[in-house]
Write a protein that binds this ligand. Structure first.
Ligand code: ADP
Ligand code: UDP
Length: 235
């Protein structure tokens, strides 16, 4: 399989079209941004780690009959995926209060949530990815009610599979962000990545942060945390 042209270059990945029209190659970069692009930097080897961890989680989900766009890992920074029409939503699932939810609801970071919370944000950099509810999604014509039902069902299944795996590795899954697209028949498929860039992982004993918050909040030890979480997740 060969790359043909660049379909899209985002903040963390480059998406290439290939000589197979229904397949894309995703290249994972070391570039890191936070605060809607206000903070920029690089995290050495992040692309390699995020590619490997995403491949690991997508395979784990497949074992649990949750399909995703993942087809194969091509190289240390590249994976082959199914080409989808992306839905401009960020789907966030939370088990523990952190980040913007902790601020919005006035809950101390680390407060366990009685039930997992699912939130939608509009994937729109100009607007700063605002929080949306189902009514906003209808008005913007981003997805149908049936599609949202399916997205929510898949998202909570992903949460359960990940919680179970991570518990055995002494890691708390605080929250994460998923993206979905439509295949050629209009079916909903999980896409993008599952990595320390879009998940919060805390050590269960020490609450040490092993994710992108180390970069966002200038906590130091960023590269080490990415290496450590990859090692523990895939061990
Ligand atoms: P951003 O757009 O937030 O800067 P990235 O740098 O991660 O993000 O770019 C990757 C882009 O590829 C995202 O816009 C994402 O929605 C898109 N994408 C992910 N998976 C697929 C797929 N299977 N088909 C088409 N586009 C995808
Ligand atoms: N997240 C993400 N991309 C975004 C916003 C959030 O991957 O553009 C992830 C983030 O890594 C965390 C979860 O979604 O795991 C919830 O993030 P939150 O809204 O608390 O973000 P904050 O504003 O604190 O970064």
């Amino acid at each position: 399989m060969n790359k043909t042209n660049t379909l899209y270059e985002g903040k963390a990945k480059i998406v290439y079209e290939t000589d197979e029209p229904d397949k894309l190659i995703v290249y994972f970069k070391d570039d890191a941004t936070a605060g809607n692009g206000e903070k920029k930097g690089t995290i050495q080897n992040k692309g390699i780690i995020n590619n490997e961890m995403s491949a690991f989680f997508f395979k784990l989900l497949k074992d649990h009959e949750i399909k995703s766009h993942f087809i194969d890992k091509l190289s240390d920074r590249e994976m082959v995926v199914q080409k989808l029409n992306m839905i401009a939503l960020e789907v966030i699932v939370r088990n523990v209060a952190a980040g913007s939810l902790a601020k919005r609801l006035g809950l101390p970071e680390g407060t366990p949530l009685k039930t997992p919370v699912l939130e939608y944000c509009y994937k729109n950099d100009e607007l700063g990815d605002p929080l949306l509810n189902r009514y906003h999604i209808m008005v913007l014509d981003l997805a149908s009610v049936n599609e949202l039902d399916e997205i929510e069902h898949i998202s909570f299944c992903v949460n359960q599979v990940m919680i179970n795996l991570l518990k055995a590795k002494n890691i708390r899954l605080i929250d994460f962000k998923l993206e979905f697209g439509r295949d050629e028949k209009g079916g909903i498929v999980l896409a993008d990545e599952i990595s320390p860039d879009n998940c919060r992982f805390w050590d269960m004993t020490t609450n040490e942060k092993l994710d992108k918050d180390r970069f966002r909040r200038d906590l130091g030890g960023v590269e080490e945390a990415y290496q450590e979480i990859l090692k523990r997740v895939t061990a």
